[in-house]
Design a protein around this ligand. Structure first.
Ligand code: NI
Length: 136
């Protein structure tokens, strides 16, 4: 069920508003209301990280599967965090490199701990965590 929209007035200095409008067109928001809502949600997501609220997102890692033990270690870590992993997709990028996208949902602190563990495995070349609110 969708909440009814409420309107409220916002007063900003001219320079700040010009920068905000430039930000809106750069980020592809269709209007100021949508941009403000996006910024507020983003702030709530970082708050959820700090206070244990629910987040959803993806950990993306790139690694060389020839490196000793890297595949086993990545699998061990994922099995240890099974409760927050929704799915994992594996892509064989080229002869050496694999890309893995691990979809996650759960308490912010646990999601971050999983991303940090995967990132710290020797042989992992890139790791990013991207999260959003868990739909609330
Ligand atoms: Ni592969």
């Amino acid at each position: 069920m969708k909440d009814k929209l409420s309107r409220f007035g916002v007063s900003l200095e001219g320079e700040l508003l010009r920068r905000f409008d430039a930000f809106i067109s750069k980020e592809g928001y269709s209007n100021r209301s949508q941009a403000i809502a996006g910024l507020i949600r983003k702030e709530f997501v970082s708050d959820a990280f700090e206070h244990g609220g629910q987040v959803a997102g993806a950990v993306t890692i790139v690694y060389d599967h020839h490196k000793r033990e890297v595949v086993n270690k990545l699998l061990d870590i994922q099995h240890d965090h099974g409760t927050i992993i929704i799915s994992a997709q594996h892509v064989h990028l080229d002869h050496d490199n694999c890309l893995e996208i691990v979809a996650v949902k759960g308490p912010g602190a646990k999601v971050k701990a999983l991303a940090d563990s995967l990132k710290s495995v020797k042989g992992v070349k890139h790791a990013t965590l991207s999260v959003t609110g868990a739909g609330k």
